[in-house]
Design a protein around this ligand. Structure first.
Ligand SMILES: [Zn+2]
Length: 479
């Protein structure tokens, strides 16, 4: 059985950027089934190549993942595989035909033969919608073993999704370690920090740019922002005095000018007076939220449709009449033309605005155009909410700006004057303590733990901690 089949990211890409590297470089004839833990591209991106290589088994995944998998792969195919629509459709049809949606908590037999058998069960991993960890019951002759693959585990207290519960048993555990050496801020702290960054945007009419993956973080952020608007909606934000601005581009903002950003064609000068009375105060209700990504919009819709998989808090909000993922201040940008207009408009108009765009590590996608237009202006803010892999522009912005730093985008150098923030908790990955609690929570400790999916330092740090927490286990870092 194969667990996940993803694309490389960041520095790893040097191993996986050419078509030859994307090809499946391991034997597949003996693989009976593919289990997908969740639909992030670093876990599913090479499935089309797996099929092309001749894999003909089922693709087992949770029910939400079964809905999202063809969507994410369609996007990946369009970007990296081919422009041939008919070929894309054939691949997608094949994937739809192979997908076996498995409800959480239900055992499923992969095969049962005289010599041995294999069953799998998916449990909620709390990472993104549909994410699962995989319990496997493997029987070979008279030997039986329970092996658990963590997939990506979510952070407890993340918005929208219930947190993962430790498995009831695991003889052998394969666990991720993305944040094996770090802990996250608690939810209140990061909510407070998100609020502070957004208030800063409201004060000086800057744009807060949030590079985010289409699935998971975008929806968590929308959920938190909707909560802030609901709580502070009418609260006035003190306006920063801009002093003399020779260009005359004082970011005057009137609540009346808060028409939806849909009208991007409108000249930014058109909706604000060049002189005249002091502008009126702003409230949280004036903050515009833009999701500039057709894919993120699509997944936000899927998240909205799958409310039964939300956690209790989120479902209670819906019951109380709130719309956590579709609120008044939210604008979605689909077409490329609207995207370019939005970049241009926001760079000039200085409206307080939050833009969520991909890619999450700034290595491509629409966020790059925003960065080019916005990094040079101190009024703007870049807010990182997710892991930035070594070698990505995101990691460089985080490391070098804005203390005289610069970043290279599409071969050109851009100075960073925008403020750079990071709020760790929206990463959707469990932090070190969460990973340890997950392992400690297994009633009978595993005899072997394998650490995967993390930087070298993160793996080592987690290994050290796990050896103390479960001394009876052999803790390995597979090479
Ligand atoms: Zn993931």
């Amino acid at each position: 059985m194969l667990i996940d089949c993803g694309l490389f990211q960041g520095q790893e890409e040097s191993r996986g950027s050419s078509a030859a590297d994307l090809a499946i470089d391991f034997p597949i004839d003996h693989i009976r089934a593919l289990v997908v833990t969740h639909v992030h591209i670093d876990h599913v991106g090479r499935i089309p190549y797996l099929l092309a290589a001749g894999f003909d088994g089922p693709i087992i995944c949770s029910e939400p993942s079964a809905i999202m998998l063809p969507e994410i792969l369609e996007d990946a195919l369009k970007i990296g595989f081919t422009r041939d629509r008919a070929l894309i459709n054939r691949v997608l049809e094949l994937i739809r035909a192979r997908v076996v949606p498995l409800p959480y908590g239900r055992w499923h037999s992969v095969f049962e033969e005289e010599a041995g058998s294999l069953k799998v069960r998916l449990q909620r991993a709390g990472h993104i919608l549909g994410s699962a960890y995989v319990e496997c019951d493997a029987v070979s002759g008279s030997a039986a073993e329970r092996i658990v693959f963590s997939g990506d585990l979510g952070a407890p207290h993340s918005p929208l999704l219930p947190e993962p519960a430790p498995p009831e048993r695991a003889d052998r555990l394969v666990i991720e370690s993305t944040y094996g050496d770090k802990n996250h801020e608690d939810r209140e702290t990061r909510r407070y920090r998100l609020k502070a960054v957004l208030e800063h945007a409201l004060e000086d009419g800057g744009t807060v740019l949030i590079p985010a993956f289409s699935i998971g973080r975008t929806q968590e952020l929308l959920y938190e922002i909707e909560g802030l608007i609901a709580e502070f909606g009418d609260k006035e934000i003190p306006q920063a005095t801009k002093g003399s601005d020779p260009s005359g581009s004082d970011p005057t903002l009137l609540p009346a000018a808060n028409s939806k950003l849909g009208a991007f064609g409108v000249s930014p000068q058109g909706d604000r007076p060049r002189s005249g009375p002091r502008r009126e105060s702003l409230t949280w209700n004036n903050l515009e939220i833009v999701v500039d990504s057709p894919l993120a919009a699509e997944f936000t819709k899927i998240y909205r449709d799958l409310k039964p998989f939300w956690d209790e808090e989120a479902r209670a909000l819906v019951a109380a009449g709130r719309h956590p993922l579709s609120f008044e201040q939210l604008t979605v940008i689909n077409s490329h033309e609207d995207h370019l207009n939005a970049v241009d408009y926001l760079a000039k108009s200085h409206r307080p605005c939050v833009v969520i765009a991909g890619s999450g590590m700034c290595a491509g996608g629409r966020v790059v155009n925003y960065l080019k237009a916005m990094l040079g202006d101190a009024r703007n803010d870049v807010l990182f909410v997710g892991y930035q892999a070594a070698g990505t522009p995101g990691r460089n912005i985080l490391t070098y700006g804005p203390r005289g730093g610069w970043v290279e985008l599409d071969g050109e150098r851009y100075d960073i004057r925008a403020q750079v923030h990071t709020v760790g908790g929206y990463s959707a990955h469990a932090g070190q303590e969460d990973l340890l609690r997950f392992v400690e929570g297994i009633p009978q400790p595993p005899s072997e733990i394998r650490i995967v999916h993390g930087d070298e330092a993160a793996k080592r740090a987690l290994q050290g901690k796990l050896q103390k927490v479960v001394p009876e286990a052999e803790v390995l870092i597979p090479g």
